[in-house]
Design a protein around this ligand. Structure first.
Ligand SMILES: [Ca+2]
Ligand SMILES: [Ca+2]
Length: 315
């Protein structure tokens, strides 16, 4: 006699972090962040953090603008303390004199030590200081963590305020690993209602990894032919099950399994049920694999019940 075995394929349930992309208003991400500069025209007056103190007062004085020396490479820089996607940089100029000194200065966005964007302070075309107070530079959403302003070589660099408008960039998407389909029934504990031949038909032979369908000492299982015969495997944990493959007995009687019920249980509750179909062939080999798709049902046991009053449950 030839017999069949049962193979259960399931999908391991893979949890993946669902990343929400948040849309936030652009804010001044430079406000009160640490700032430094290359040199000081007046160390008592010109403190670099005065450029990010929220005060746009452009009059030179003890707590307003900052002012470097006029070396060949003067600069002011703010550390945004994190990455931001920057869409605009507003520079508020000194207003009490010398508004043209900033023209031609370079504005850079850095990411670490790398310059990722660079712009130039334009000539706004007016000799009136107040008309030159706000110099607004659009930025095409560049991600960086520092903003640096460098003088036009040989010129003093002085500014009242720098406002950097940005948002925290969206987190890098975590690519969930492809679900790994494994046979979660393999070598798990199995039981059955009764034994046609207790020496041959051991319940775990249905999950031993061997698809041999010939009845024999270590191949298929056969129950008795009672009104409620069953075989069951304990998956020893919850799995999201996508498919159950049943390998039928091959040496005879391939129709005996037709009409059997296949159940997925979660604890004592039946959470899915299917029926072994008639595959329409009387050739045993053509009926060997009976594959039942399952719509990702979570359970911890799979049970197969005979067609009541029909013949033996054997596979
Ligand atoms: Ca200020
Ligand atoms: Ca087997």
């Amino acid at each position: 006699m030839r017999i069949f075995e049962n193979l259960i394929i399931a999908i391991l349930f893979v949890l993946s972090l669902s990343l929400l992309s948040t849309v936030s208003a652009q804010t001044n991400v430079a406000l009160r962040k640490p700032a430094t500069q290359s040199s000081f025209y007046n160390p008592d007056f010109n403190k670099p953090m005065q450029v990010v103190d929220g005060n746009r007062n452009g009059q030179n004085g003890p707590s307003s603008i900052t002012h470097t020396q006029n070396g060949s490479a003067e600069w002011w820089q703010v550390d945004l303390q994190g990455l931001f996607s920057i869409s605009k940089i507003d520079v508020y100029n000194r207003t009490d004199c010398c508004s043209d000194r900033i023209v031609g200065s370079t504005v850079q966005i850095l990411k670490g030590a790398t310059v990722v964007w660079s712009g130039t302070i334009p000539n706004q075309g007016s000799t009136v200081a107040a008309a030159n107070m706000l110099i607004s530079l659009p930025v095409p959403s560049v991600v960086g963590d520092h903003v640096k302003i460098s003088n036009k070589p040989g010129q003093y660099l002085h500014m009242a305020e720098v406002e950097v408008f940005g948002v925290a960039p969206p987190p890098v998407a975590v690519v969930a690993p492809a679900p790994v389909q494994t046979n979660v029934a393999l070598r798990k504990p199995a039981t059955q209602s009764s034994f046609y031949n207790p020496d041959f038909n051991k319940s775990m032979q249905v999950v031993d990894g061997n698809r041999n369908g010939q009845n024999g000492p270590s191949s298929i299982i056969i129950t008795k032919n009672g009104s409620a015969e069953w075989w069951q495997v304990d998956l020893q944990g919850l799995f999201s099950i996508s498919k159950i493959d049943v390998y039928n007995r091959t040496d005879c009687c391939s129709d005996a399994i037709v009409g059997s019920t296949v159940q997925i249980l979660k604890g004592a509750t039946v959470v899915w049920s299917g029926t072994i179909p008639n595959k329409g062939s009387t050739v045993a080999a053509a009926n060997m694999l009976i594959s039942l798709p399952v719509p990702s049902v979570v359970g911890d046991h799979v049970k197969i019940l005979n067609k009541p009053g029909q013949a033996y449950l054997k596979f």
